[in-house]
Structure formats: structure tokens, C-alpha cells
Design a protein around this ligand. Sequence first.
Ligand code: UCC
Ligand code: FAD
Length: 574
Amino acid sequence: THAFIHFPFSRSAIGTFFQEQPLLRNPFTQDALLRGYLRRHLPLQEVQSDLSKFGERVVCEIDDLGRLCEQNPPQLQPYDAWGRRVDRIITCDAWTRMKHISAQEGLVAAGYERHFGEWSRVYQMSKLYMYAPSAGLYTCPLAMTDGAAKVIESLGIPVRETFERLTTRDEKRFWTSGQWMTERRGGSDVANGTETVAQRQEDGSYRLHGFKWFTSATDADITLTLARIADHHGNTIQGSVGVSLFCAEVWGSDGRTNGVEIQRLKDKLGTRQMPTAELLLDGMRARLLSEEGRGVASIANMLTLTRIHNTVSAVAAMRRIIQLGREYSTKRSVFGKLLKDHPLHVQTLSRLEVETRAAFLLMMELCRLLGREETGTATDRDTHLLRLLTPVAKLYTGKQAVAVVSEGLECFGGQGYIEDTGLPALLRDAQVLSIWEGTTNVLSLDVLRSISKSSGRVLQAFFSDVEERLRVAGPTLRPAVQSLSSSLSGLAQFIQTAESHPPENLQLAARDLAYSIARIYMVDHASWEGASHPDVYAALRWCEHDMCPVVSGEIRGCYSTNAALSDSQLVYQG
Ligand code: UCC
Ligand code: FAD
């Protein structure tokens, strides 16, 4: 007879090995750079303890809610059982909880309470940075809410209740805002794409008729939107000068929409947690916010805020995948040892870390500048830098997030591709960051706009600021300083010669120029006395990039009329 052999794989037994999963840990206490940055600039116990407490809340409560938002995407109920149109967007309870938590934690309010003076935005955005990857995309309505509050505050419009609701910590009163700009003809080219017409009513309000093609977090309480005011004959003015900015409540007190028909919810690659709709505006009652014809310029403040939020979400996604990847490397054993003991694997993580640190520093600089501008402490140079770095940071970090998160997924091997780990959603949600709020090319052109509108003063601000930083860098940073100095002179030379090029050739250089500004600006934290060895090492590694791609592009002849012709032949051959 055979001896009894116990096979671990039989009937219900599925083997004895189970990989220990990577755990999310407190995103504040786990983030040396965030803590180091705040220690350097904002050494307040109150801030540290609030962020540390909030970090625990992210781990213990918010992260699960974010997963629930992903698993229970919003649905549209167009009609009730009796065939009446109701246009209801049904969201899950976790989404509602996110709204309450956002109010309680002051995720918009902190930017307006200005409790920490010029550092209030750094404080607010630090919280959002910890919140974003767990928030089930609730950061999207928060970004637009912050943008709407900023527009209302800066235009000085007497809509006190609306402003108070957008910036309250009271979860029962808190309102969110939408940002309805994109129509079928154009999301980038808003000036030509806007077909929505506004008809003035006798009481001074307006009724809007049009079709908005992308509206995110459409369950918002109010929205800012663009339309062309019609004269008595129904005529409108075309182009940017015909577009005005409006504010409207989305829902009436009876729960019905305010003259809006929801055509459908979009079926998207990512951001599935959040309703994105196509809307017919069929007489939506609205209030004019801007001067007539100043719609695009007036919504620019909202764009600044949402682009900064976009940057925060991009950096946060990078930080999250690294935190989890690092955790995993201490638990996963292959070829006889843990991943953390395979130097090649650690090198991969380290390269991601360098990208993320650089992106973090650019993000924080932007938040710092915004805080200064809003508290009257900004110098002219700060104001110019804020204008320049907003599109630069948004476009650069949006691209980085996709690359870093994609590489980061690979650090989990096959598990990185498996939905119920929660990891793939990070990549799907990162992909949108370079598309909405202005695509990479459109923002690169915005960088050129910021330069030409200021007659070059934003560039002067950039050069003088970087030169000042280079002057104070210590000897450990010498190779980085050398690389940055030579990139800076290359850039200066490029700009000098570019002035003589025709504008279309300058447009060909726009993306590389924006990348050059981003890369050069992404090092700083290593130059203070409390800098750690990893801070310095990260700065040195960062400077091994091609720091000034616009100079290399020029040398390769990428921006000439001939190159444009060859590009066209290459793309359209066949
Ligand atoms: O995508 C959207 C929502 C997504 C959900 C929210 C996510 C938030 C992040 C959350 C993370 C999880 S909403 C749709 C966003 N759409 C865009 O971003 C539009 C992209 N297109 C552009 O950015 C274009 O550059 C335009 C539409 C802003 C402007 O194009 P034009 O028509 O060629 O512009 P002009 O004629 O050059 O500019 C008109 C005026 C000028 O002012 P004046 O008249 O005084 O000379 C410009 O200086 O607008 C001014 N202006 C600006 N001012 C234009 N852009 C800016 C700016 N960035 N800052 C200040
Ligand atoms: P297009 O403008 O047609 O761009 C197509 C391509 O052309 C892009 O690669 C672009 O970079 C390039 N391009 C355009 N102009 C130029 C140029 N001058 N030079 C060189 N290249 C150029 N919009 C809202 O208003 N509110 C919302 O809430 C909202 N939510 C969204 C949610 C999601 C999930 C997505 C995906 C989009 C959302 N949008 C929203 C729309 C978004 O802002 C637009 O899709 C985006 O601005 C691009 O506009 P477009 O789709 O018309 O692309």
C-alpha cells in the first residue's frame, strides 16, 4: 500500500503561500520630503499635528471610501417610473462622505481662512496632496470649487452666500462648483468653440441655451460657465470678445435641474468615480459674473487654481505609487531575497523618487507663490513667476505622473495589472491629468502667451530667481550648479535668437521651452543647511537630465520651417 502523502493542492486547499500585501501607511509620517519641506518653511507644531492626524484618517477611513467610489460609479436616471424627466445623478454614499470630509477638513476653506498667512496655500495643498490618491477623484470637484471661490473673490462680486458656502467647513452648508467650458466644437479653443447663447431677462438675470460637452462632477451645487450674450435681435459676437462668464445653481430647491437636461454620462478610461456628463442647457437661469465679453480672461483665475490642483494630484499619484512600491519591496521575495535587496529594483525605485521629488518642489513653489499673491506679500517677481510656472508645472507633472505611475505599476509585477489591488486605477486616473485643464501643447502655448503678454518680464523673473538660488548653493551641489548654470545660459541664448524667428517657428519650440523651464526650476530643497544626503543626491541625479531640451532641439534644427515640412511629410506619408 502507498504511504499517505499530503498534497497542499487538493480540493479546497490552494497552497500555503500568500503574498503579504503592501499596506498604505500614513502619507504624512511616511513622506520625508513633505516633512522636510514643512520643517524648513513652516515649522509649526499645529500644522504637523493636523497633517499627521489627517494622514491617519486617510489610512483608516478615506482610502476605503475612495475604493467604494471606484466600485460604485455614478449612474444617470433620466426619467422616473412614470416617464417624467428627472435628470438625476445617483452617486454612492462614499462620494457623499467625501464631500462632508472635505468640508470638515477645510480642504477648500483653508485656502481662504488664511490662518497661516502666506503659507496657507502650502498647508491646504499639503493636505490635498495626502488626500488625492485616496479621494476617489473628489479632488476634482474641490479643484473647481476652489477655482470658483477664487474667481468670485477676485471679481469682488456680491454673491456672499455662494462664496461663504464654497469656503465653509460646515458640511451641511458646503457647496461644490462645476466648470463648464468645453463644447463640442472646442475644449482648447474656447473662444471659437462657445456656441451657448445667453438671453437677458427683465430682472437682469440670463437664460442660457447651449450644449456643454464635458462637465465633470456634474452633481455640483453651482457652476461657472461661458456663453455669448445675444442682443435684442438674437445676434451674438463671435470670438473671444463675445464670450462672458456666468454663475448658475445647477439644481432647484425641488431637486429638479435648473433648465438642464443631462444627455448622458460619459464612459471613460478613468475618473470613473466621478460623473462626467453631456448637458443640454435649455434655459438655465444664470447670473452674469464678468464684464460682457471678458469671459475668457475672467475665468483665467479659475484655470490657475484648477491647474495648481492638477499639479498637486499629479505629484500625489507619483508619491502614492512609490510609497506602495517601497512597502512591497520589503515584503516580496524573489530569487532568494527581498526585492529591496535587489539593487537593480531599488535603482528603478530611486529613479522614480528623483522624478517625484523634483515634481514636488515645483508644486510647492507654486503653492507658496499663490499664497503670497493672495496675502499681498508677493513681489512683482513672485507674481510673474506664478503666471509662468502655473502652466509649466501642470503640463510637466501631468506627463511625469503617467510615466512614473506606469513604471511604478511594474514594480508589483503582474499584481500591478490586477484591478482589485486598486493599483490600475492610479494609472487610469493619471492619464487625464495631461488632457483636461489644458492639454500639454495648449499649455505650452500658454507659456508663450505669458511671456509675450508680459513683454518678457516673466522670463526676467525666472532668470533672476534661478540665478539667486544658484548663488546660495553649497559646495556639495557643485555639479548640479554647473549643469544648471550652463543650461540657463543656453536658454538665455535661445531666447535671444528666438526673438528674430517667425511666431510659428517659436510655437514649434513651445513644448521644449516649457520642459526646459520646468527642469531648471525643479531643484532647490537641497541648498538649505538642513538638507539631508538624499536631498542632495536627488538634486544631483535630477541634473543629469537634459536640463534644457529647447537648446538641444534648436541644435538639431527641430524648429525650422524645413523641419515642420519634414514632420508633416513623415506623419502624413501614405
Ligand atoms: O477640463 C476642465 C475641468 C476638468 C476637471 C477639473 C480638474 C481639476 C484638477 C483636479 C485634479 C484631480 S475645464 C476646461 C478647461 N479648459 C481649458 O483649460 C481650456 C484650454 N484652453 C486654453 O487654456 C486657452 O489658452 C484659452 C481658452 C484660455 C484662451 O485661448 P484664446 O482664445 O486663444 O485666448 P486669448 O485671446 O489669448 O486670451 C483671452 C484673454 C486674454 O486677456 P486680455 O483680453 O486681457 O488680453 C489672455 O491674456 O484671456 C487671458 N488669458 C489668461 N490670463 C488666457 N489664458 C490665461 C491664463 N492662463 N492666465 C491669465
Ligand atoms: P482639442 O482642442 O480638439 O485638441 C486635440 C489635440 O490638438 C490635443 O492633442 C491638443 O493638444 C492639440 N491642440 C489643440 N490646439 C492646439 C494648438 N493650437 N497647437 C498645437 N496643438 C493643439 N471640460 C470642461 O469644460 N469641464 C469639465 O468639467 C471637463 N471635464 C472633463 C473630464 C474628462 C474626463 C475629460 C477627458 C475632459 C474634460 N473636459 C472638461 C474637457 C477638457 O478640458 C478638454 O477635452 C480639453 O481641454 C481638450 O479639448 P478638446 O477635447 O476640444 O481637444
